[in-house]
Design a protein around this ligand. Structure first.
Ligand SMILES: [Cu+2]
Length: 97
């Protein structure tokens, strides 16, 4: 049986917690307003434990401006968030029924 290089094991140990974090960052919410000019979206979101944040309505940036074309007020979404350069940023989302 071939030996697994230590560097691969180390990489795996680094990646696994990152995956777990990405899952925890999933939040559900409702789109309240889309601002294409400012490239921002207002979302009424549920609690975000990873940011120690209760449910509230707030403004997010988006990772890519094109994401705004797929969002409109009233949409219910599940989304992932990262804090990029101090700004809460929607990294991905999917529509909820
Ligand atoms: Cu918030």
């Amino acid at each position: 049986m071939p030996k697994v290089p230590g560097i691969l094991l180390a990489a795996l140990l680094l990646v696994l917690p990152a995956l777990a974090f990405a899952q925890n960052a999933r939040t559900e919410g409702e789109v309240r307003k889309v601002d294409r000019e400012a490239q921002k979206v207002t979302i009424r979101h549920g609690p975000m434990r990873e940011f120690d944040m209760p449910a509230m309505t707030m403004v997010f940036r988006v990772k890519e401006p094109a994401m705004l074309d797929r969002l409109k007020a009233g949409d219910r979404i599940a989304f992932t968030t990262e804090k990029l350069g101090g700004a809460f940023t929607v990294m991905s989302f999917e529509p909820l029924p």
